[in-house]
Design a protein around this ligand. Structure first.
Ligand code: AMP
Ligand code: MG
Length: 417
């Protein structure tokens, strides 16, 4: 017997996002593993990375020039005795710079004791064992003191940090050839619809190739998850339920299609039969209004109490937008990241926008213009099924609920793709 459909629970965009963030903030990764440094890029750190020594480990010259005592340069030009040259990687053998003395020094080399500043080579001329200096320096100029960037033992990267090239470089700088990261969450991607056929099948005249499973798989990967594309589910409750149950054995199930109000939109019905708890069954957004978020008691062996699911609308642009707005934070949390707020950039609108107020809109757009002169304009589109228009866009213009008109030249919020 079919379970009744869940009560309609349509939230504002910000309420829906808050609900997702609240649940996400309580999720944890399913385990840890050790990976080589290079394989750690894109992964989420499961251990703290600390400085294994002072950084820099010695007072570091930041310019080519002369290591001097700033007090020697009060009368200009000053003539100092050159004791020798210190290159990066070379030591000064404990020689202390005394009054009236200097060392020629290269960028990255250790500043010798006694010296308290480096004068740039541009203000000097050396003649034999003497350098003439035409400009004074302040104490400490062009030197990074030992430990100024980090003290030995101090934290550099916290667990929960997603490693990019900077994180990997920082880890390398403290000698971590391998590191502990969280396991990627396994995310099932389930597409539904009688009209949907596999990419390698010749579609009939009214059939549509499955593209959503692919956009979702890419988005899952980019969010730190490991996608598994399940077989396409027909609009038939028994087979759909079988596949939904299969998907609920993963760390997260993302479905696409079958969540609108049509007679064959069976996803919510099947989930109700599985005693799902729904947090929302719609959000006041465009595209993507019928988005569904909920959870069921865990069926798999993950050790979790619940498995969360999303039912995303099937129109390709809606699928992509609702993933970014709602599914991404859950995957990031399951990947071990801390929940972070969604933030937007701002750009000037190139051409006016007119819409019906009442929905928060995320409209495909092109951000252009060079340097500080960013401008944004909507991509002409045929609505949320228009994947070709979406491909021309590089961002979304975010239109607030209360705005029906935004004039050219106004600053608007932009969400990057
Ligand atoms: P639905 O949300 O099931 O009502 O589907 C809305 C629209 O999205 C319909 O035009 C579907 O054909 C299309 N659609 C649904 N799933 C996919 C998919 N996996 N790939 C491409 N288009 C889809
Ligand atoms: Mg459908």
């Amino acid at each position: 017997m079919a379970a009744p459909s869940p009560q309609s629970l349509v939230l504002s965009f910000e309420e829906a996002r808050r609900v997702v963030e609240e649940h996400a903030s309580r999720l944890v990764a399913r385990g840890e593993e050790i990976v080589d440094l290079l394989d750690a890029a894109g992964r989420v750190l499961a251990e703290p990375v600390t400085a294994d020594r002072d950084i820099p480990p010695f007072p570091r010259a930041t310019r080519d020039g002369y290591a001097v005592r700033a007090g020697d340069l009060t009368g200009l030009p000053a003539r100092l005795k050159v004791l020798g040259e210190i290159r990066a990687g070379a030591s000064h053998a404990g020689r202390i710079v005394d009054r009236g003395e200097a060392f020629s020094i290269m960028t990255g080399a250790p500043v010798p004791k006694g010296a308290d500043a480096v004068v740039m080579v541009e203000y000097t001329s050396q003649n034999g064992g003497t350098v003439e200096i035409s400009r004074g320096v302040a104490q400490g100029e062009n030197i990074v003191p030992q430990g100024a960037e980090a003290r030995c033992g101090s934290p550099l990267l916290e667990p929960g940090t997603r490693l990019n090239e900077t994180g990997v470089a920082l880890a390398a700088s403290v000698g971590k050839a391998s590191m502990q990261v969280y396991l990627r969450p396994r995310v099932a991607v389930l597409t539904t619809g009688d009209e949907i056929v596999a990419v390698d099948t010749e579609p009939g005249p009214v059939q549509i190739r499955n593209s959503n499973s692919y956009s979702l798989a890419v988005q899952v990967q980019r969010s730190g998850g490991d996608p598994a594309i399940l077989p396409i589910a027909p609009d038939e409750p028994a087979r759909l339920r079988e596949l939904v149950e299969q998907g609920l054995r993963f760390d997260l199930l993302i479905m696409t299609g079958g969540v609108s109000m049509g007679r064959y939109d069976l996803v919510e019905q099947v989930l109700s039969e599985l005693k799902a708890q729904f947090f929302f069954t719609g959000a006041k957004i465009q595209p993507g209004r019928p988005v569904v978020f909920g959870r069921v008691e865990c069926l798999g062996d993950s050790g979790r109490q619940h498995t969360y699911f999303f039912g995303l609308p099937g129109n390709p642009v809606s699928t992509m937008v609702t993933f970014e707005l709602f599914a991404r934070p859950v995957i990031e949390a399951l990947a071990g990241m801390k929940t972070r707020p969604l933030n937007f950039l701002h750009a000037r609108l190139k051409a006016e926008i007119r819409v019906k107020p009442g929905l928060r809109r995320f409209l495909p757009a092109i951000l252009s213009g060079a340097y500080e002169d960013s401008q944004v304009e909507l991509v002409p589109w045929q609505g949320s099924g228009d994947i070709a228009a979406q491909a021309r866009a590089n961002c979304y213009v975010v239109v607030p609920e209360e705005r029906g008109e935004i004039a050219a030249g106004e600053w608007v919020a932009v969400m990057l793709k």
